[in-house]
Ligand binder design. Structure first.
Ligand code: NAP
Length: 530
């Protein structure tokens, strides 16, 4: 039990133990693997169900349907969803706006308690939630489990943060006045997540919104609506009041503009590609008739993340870190390493070990035990990645992979292209798949310059034993999340607040102490007493 306290007017004073991340499961243990297999079978029996749009306490069905498929078995329908119309979207925003009136004035402790119950139900359903991700987005067991852990961590961390922000805030005292500062909610938030962390990111943006007192219209990714539907079911079980989170499915290209430009929309919490993020930012800046505020945009976008390996690095460790960062979840992470920048003296040695290590990855349908490399998300993504591999072959030397296997699903082999110029297309554009460009640098200084030479600035890592070089990279390597002698993926809530610079986004630092502030505004109240 993480929660203690005594009753106070129908709810309890919440006292939380110091935040601690959920521990990942070890699937090499037979009893853990057996449990996961059971969860997979349980979820398999639920595939293909139809889900409604949820607005307030009402369910809606549309004429047009949206199907989500298993990328490892492309004919297998994971869920059938509604293609919402613009009328649904408008209704959802209006409903959220009405619900805001009640939800925003609830005691913060009550909202916190609700979120803690959500966390505890997620813990209870941990393996099933992971199994949904195995089916819907092709995550390996370990990646899916990490996604659930992160979602639970977000709930627990933002609950704690909400209590901190709702406690009396320190102000300079003056004798003649009593002053206080409160963080109050903003209004209706539109939450638009990507498919690649279909639980953690979707839930994280939603949890931050509602625990701060806002109400939400959640439009999940069209590639991962079934995972989002599981969270909606948990919200139902904890009796989240109707209208606090409204669930509207359909193509972002059809619904996004209506959501973003609605005059009642107060903010947009978006995570996804640079193109969509910039469009949202631009549209949100245009004032609509009857709009009474400047819309806030929290936009976390793409990356072209680099790992620099210097001559004095522990090579085995560096190879492991590059392989995990480049090919974990098939390279479909914003934090994935897509450029390995290797100092000349160790270049050839590094390449041969990199290829040897990458060959050991086991590719297959992640429903099976022991698979560490699954499919990419869909046909369109596969084609895009293949086009980049084609381009990469003219820009460098194909060392490994490059082939696709599409009989069952959308499989792209882990691909390594060496001798790539820092300015080449595959060294500049986000591919979002298992394609690693390896770049040779003359020396460490040049390696850092190459690392900074893109429009993005999300994650990065450096492998070196030199304290001086670490200090140099701390000053010069321009990335929102910079790591040393470890992989550049796997940020932990609370430990590594996450968000990028430049075209990688607004640097919102999800899972950090600054994050909830983005979902609130500060009100200062002064009372004359002398
Ligand atoms: P995406 O294509 O930009 O889609 C993201 C979300 O935006 C989806 O829900 C999508 O809906 C919606 N959308 C599409 N067009 C829209 C529009 N015109 N207006 C409003 N919403 C719209 O990105 P993705 O393929 O899902 O995710 C991959 C990208 O996310 C990569 O670039 C990756 O780097 C980035 N990412 C960044 C972070 C980070 O923290 N920086 C984390 C994870 C992922 P539909 O699915 O219906 O199209």
């Amino acid at each position: 039990m993480r929660q203690q306290g005594k009753p106070l007017g129908g709810y309890k004073i919440v006292k939380l133990k110091p935040f601690k991340n959920e521990s990942p499961l070890d699937f090499s243990k037979p009893q853990v693997a057996t449990k996961m297999q059971k969860a997979i079978e349980a979820v398999r029996g639920k595939l293909g169900k139809e889900y409604p749009i949820l607005i307030g306490d009402q369910k809606f069905f549309a004429d047009e349907k949206l199907r989500s498929y298993n990328p490892a078995h492309k004919a297998q329908v994971v869920g059938i969803f509604q293609r919402a119309t613009q009328e649904h979207v408008k209704r959802a925003v209006e409903t959220a706006y009405q619900a805001f009136e009640r939800w925003s004035v609830q005691p913060a402790e009550k909202r916190v308690q609700r979120l803690l119950r959500v966390a505890s139900l997620m813990r209870k359903n941990r393996l099933k939630l992971a199994a949904w991700m195995v089916f819907e987005v092709g995550k390996s067991w370990a990646e899916a489990d990490a996604d659930v852990c992160e979602a639970i961590d977000f709930a627990q961390f933002y609950a704690q943060e909400s209590l901190r922000l709702n406690a009396p805030q320190p102000l300079v005292k003056i004798p003649s006045e009593r002053n206080e500062l409160c963080y109050i909610p903003l209004g209706v938030g539109v939450v638009i997540p990507p498919w690649n962390f279909p639980l953690a990111i979707m839930a994280g943006m939603t949890f931050a919104s509602i625990v701060a007192g806002n109400t939400v219209v959640l439009k999940p990714s069209s590639d991962a609506p079934a995972v989002a539907a599981q969270l909606m079911e948990i919200f139902r079980q904890v009796e989240l009041p109707p209208g606090v989170v409204n669930f509207v499915t359909g193509a972002g290209s059809a619904l996004g503009d209506v959501l973003v430009t609605h005059p009642r929309t107060r903010y947009i919490a978006f995570t996804g590609s640079k193109e969509v993020g910039l469009r949202i930012n631009q549209l949100a800046a245009t004032i609509q008739p009857n709009q009474r505020w400047i819309k806030r945009v929290i936009a976390e976008m793409g990356g072209k993340d680099a790992i620099v390996v210097d001559t004095d690095a522990d090579l085995d460790r560096a190879v492991d870190g590059v392989v995990a960062s480049s090919f974990g979840y098939q390279g479909q992470k914003c934090s994935a390493c897509s450029r390995a920048i290797i100092v000349e003296k160790i270049y050839d040695k590094f390449l041969s070990r990199l290829v040897e290590r990458t060959r050991k990855l086991r590719m297959g349908a992640p429903e099976e035990r022991g698979i560490d490399f699954g499919p990419v998300i869909n046909d369109q993504a596969m084609r895009k990645i293949v086009a980049y591999i084609g381009k990469g072959q003219s820009e460098g030397r194909l060392l490994l992979g490059g082939k696709i296997h599409q009989e069952q699903g959308y499989f792209v082999e882990p691909t390594i292209i060496a001798d790539v110029a820092p300015t080449a297309t595959i060294a500049q554009e986000e591919i979002f798949g298992p394609v690693l460009a390896v770049i040779k640098a003359q020396d460490y200084d040049e390696a850092l310059r190459i690392a900074n030479n893109t429009e993005y600035g999300l994650t990065g890592a450096v492998y070196t034993k030199s304290k001086r070089k670490i200090k140099q990279a701390k000053q010069k390597f321009h990335a929102g999340n910079l790591y040393f002698n470890r992989k550049c993926t796997g940020a932990l809530v609370g430990v590594h607040p996450f968000g990028g610079f430049d075209m990688s986004g607004t640097d919102s630092k999800a899972g950090g102490r600054d994050y909830l502030l983005l979902f609130t505004q500060a009100k200062v109240m002064s009372e004359k007493i002398k």
